[in-house]
Design a protein around this ligand. Structure first.
Ligand code: DGJ
Length: 367
């Protein structure tokens, strides 16, 4: 009888997404190996849960300082339990060096995220793209699609965002700033409006980014824009492969990057960082009743030692654990710019309390 009950429980829990055998520890900051015993190489990543498996997409880094450039592409791993990771290979490969492709080897391709479109039955990947040998000046977004979750993904195009469109929450002052710039009176333009207006015609900058699909199937691209001064949240078209033209500015002039979002009990929560390159800084958090805001800042969600450095990490994704209502995992990167491939993964449980979320450092923890 006892055995039968235990078996039933195991079956039930397994059906919810995480099996009983996964009572293993997460070890943030240690080297995490895949099923072949090779260190997982999926930085700045995101996760897609599909048909009972988690698919982890991230930047494939290489050794040394040059390893932060895209020499290989976007790596994909999959797991049923968030512990045993199968190497699914390179989901999106960079094109040959010298090919002139926007995603040629040596470009910067960061923070890839993949979402599934039920209507088209396609997987859509977006990423931050910087053209080869142009530093971080291009500030573009790239998009690729595949019929199979693990790829290969076909690169569609890359560019700036929402050219010729004002944000839904544009102020009269900002519109006047556009007139002032057109009339050569740049000095009159407020610092916070300068880049939005400058890029109106060519499209908005988009660097660090994430994607979010809401319960109604609408998808959003959330990205550091306006020279990283202001975050923008843009709706995607129904097939998720382009921007619809509807977008808002959020946290104007607050200089945030590394956005990661989750939804809980009808509220939307964002985690972000400040802008200090590869060096960690104090994280920020915010809450809203709708993806497009209004957003209210909640302060640094990290608590305890090294909270002012986000435990030496930077947010990349907030993972809802399948089948567990209130369970989310913070996914962050501990960058190693001098040897990019050795960057580590900092995953921590998210605590939800009193209308906000918090993170506390734990050298090891279990779900
Ligand atoms: C911080 C960003 O979050 C990273 O993705 C990367 O772009 C670095 N800056 C580059 O300095």
């Amino acid at each position: 009888m006892k055995t039968t009950i235990t078996m039933c429980l195991i079956t039930a829990v397994a059906a919810l997404g995480i099996s009983c055998a996964d009572n293993r520890e997460f070890l943030p900051g240690e080297v995490w190996l895949d099923e072949n015993g090779v260190a997982i190489n999926a930085h700045g990543g995101g996760m897609l849960y599909h048909d009972g498996r988690y698919y982890w997409f991230g930047e494939h880094k290489t050794e040394g300082e040059g390893g932060n450039r895209a020499n290989v592409g976007v790596h994909c791993y999959s797991s049923r339990n968030l512990h045993d990771w199968r190497d699914e290979g390179i989901a999106l490969a960079v094109d040959a060096e010298g090919s002139g492709s926007p995603i040629e080897k040596g470009c910067i391709l960061e923070r890839p995220k993949v979402i599934y479109n039920k209507q088209t039955d396609k997987f859509v990947m977006w990423f931050h793209l910087e053209l080869k040998d142009r530093g971080y000046s291009a500030a573009m977004s790239g998009v690729a699609v595949s019929d199979n979750i693990t790829g290969p993904y076909k690169f569609l195009n890359a560019g700036r965002v929402n050219a010729g469109k004002w944000p839904l929450n544009v102020s009269d002052e900002t519109r006047q700033a556009a007139e002032a710039i057109a009339a050569g009176r740049e000095a009159e333009v407020a610092d916070n409006d300068r880049f939005l207006v400058r890029d109106f015609a060519v499209g908005q900058m988009a660097r660090d980014m994430t994607l979010f699909v809401d319960d109604d199937g609408k998808a959003y691209h959330i990205y550091a824009s306006e020279e990283n001064q202001t975050l923008q949240i843009a709706e995607l078209t129904d097939d998720y492969t382009a921007h619809s033209g509807r977008y808002v500015r959020a946290f104007v002039g607050r200089s945030m990057e590394a956005p990661a979002i989750f939804k809980h009990d009808g509220k939307y929560y964002l985690m972000m960082s400040g802008c200090t390159g590869w060096a960690p800084n104090a994280a920020r958090s915010a809450v809203a009743d709708a993806v497009m805001g209004e957003w209210t800042e909640l302060g640094n969600p990290c608590i305890g030692d090294d909270a002012d450095k986000t435990f030496h990490s930077q947010s990349t994704y907030m993972l809802p654990v399948a089948g567990r209502k209130d369970t989310f995992i913070y996914m962050g990167d501990r960058w190693k710019p001098e040897n990019a491939i050795d960057g580590r993964y900092i995953w921590l449980p998210v605590t939800l309390e009193d209308g906000r979320f918090t993170l506390t450092w734990q050298p090891s923890w279990k779900l």
